[in-house]
Design a protein around this ligand. Structure first.
Ligand code: NCD
Length: 321
């Protein structure tokens, strides 16, 4: 059966661990001198990136190549979408060439789900759709944490996770929220009221699992993990903060603010980062930051996802909308 990975919402804890455990195998491959294994030989993967991306696109391409798949990259400027072709027509054209997987990044939320519904023979991987989800980012964040907390008896469970900043516009935040809810972790959403979306304010739905906190130090208190988010100015149609200067005074994750967190707390950032705005350089380059590890584990996670979808050895798809 054809499978997709559209989102983390709807995945169970077991689904998540299944991806992470497969990824652990590929971490080992990435540490070899010859970093190539044969399982996807003869498979074709199209990386359809219709929004700017450096790390995610390169990471998917390396992942496909390390699995011996043939990978083809299509960007916004070299696709016929700039000539007025609809997304569906572009995708149907690509499908006629029988790729096994299309990895897709798109500025509209729901675009990968739309393709998954309309293409019969190709698996779709969401590499970030608008403000909706970025499932492989959440999985690579979890793999990074799993590695870091490997000596901890509860592993990546029973953690307090503070997600700080522009949550409203962040697909990384949404995918991580669903992931940490599945793992039953405590989540603090920290930021100004204007940047915290209504959807997570329902105590009936989220019980005590999600706390919404507008003061940075209070939000970081007791945190084991801090996920910093980029201020996504390109998505902000309104003015959500009085000024960037005031925002950074209140919400920049710096060494002083981090003192409120648990000793041993680690800091994640999906990149690209606005240094000095949402996170200080001292924190980003400091001992608590796992940012480079995230990029490193990203390749293994994407190998696990591509492998699972292309070989059929996979878990459920996750809710699509
Ligand atoms: C993120 C994205 O594009 O959603 N970046 C990434 O994939 N590493 C986060 C961001 O752009 O802020």
């Amino acid at each position: 059966m054809r499978r997709h990975l559209i989102g983390i919402e709807g995945l169970t804890k077991e689904d998540i661990y299944s991806y992470l455990n497969n990824a652990a195998t590929f971490v080992e491959v990435s540490e070899r001198e010859l970093k190539k294994v044969p399982p996807l030989r003869g498979k074709t993967i199209v990386n359809l990136f219709l929004e700017p991306s450096t790390r995610t696109r390169v990471s998917f391409e390396i992942a496909g190549k390390r699995l011996s798949a043939d990978t083809i990259n299509v960007g916004a400027s070299d696709s016929s979408i700039t000539k007025g072709e609809t997304l569906l027509d572009t995708a149907r054209t690509l499908q006629a060439m029988a790729p096994d997987i299309i990895v897709m990044r798109h500025k509209e939320s729901g675009a990968p789900h739309f393709l998954a519904k309309h293409l019969e023979k190709t698996s779709i991987v969401n590499a970030g759709d608008g403000m909706h989800e970025h499932p492989t980012q959440a999985l690579l964040d979890l793999l990074t944490l799993k590695h870091h907390f490997k000596e901890r008896s509860a592993g990546i469970e029973d953690l307090t996770v503070a997600i700080v900043g522009d949550i409203r516009h962040s697909r990384v935040a949404r995918s991580n929220i669903w992931a940490h809810l599945a793992l039953n972790n405590r989540i603090n959403l920290v930021g100004p009221p204007t940047l915290i979306p209504e959807e997570f304010r329902h105590p009936r739905l989220f019980g005590e699992k999600i706390n919404i906190i507008h003061d940075l130090k209070t939000g970081l208190r007791g945190a084991d993990v801090v996920i910093c988010l980029r201020m996504q100015l390109e998505r902000q149609t309104d003015k959500f903060v009085p000024s960037l200067e005031e925002y950074s005074q209140e919400y920049c994750v710096n060494e002083r603010a981090l003192q409120a967190a648990n000793p041993g707390c680690v800091v994640l950032h999906p990149g690209p980062a606005n240094r000095g705005l949402e996170v200080s350089s001292a924190v980003l380059d400091g001992a608590q930051s796992l940012m480079q590890k995230q990029v490193n584990f990203g390749v293994a996670v994407r190998m696990a996802v591509l492998f699972a979808l292309a070989t059929g050895k996979t878990v459920s798809e996750g809710k699509s909308e």
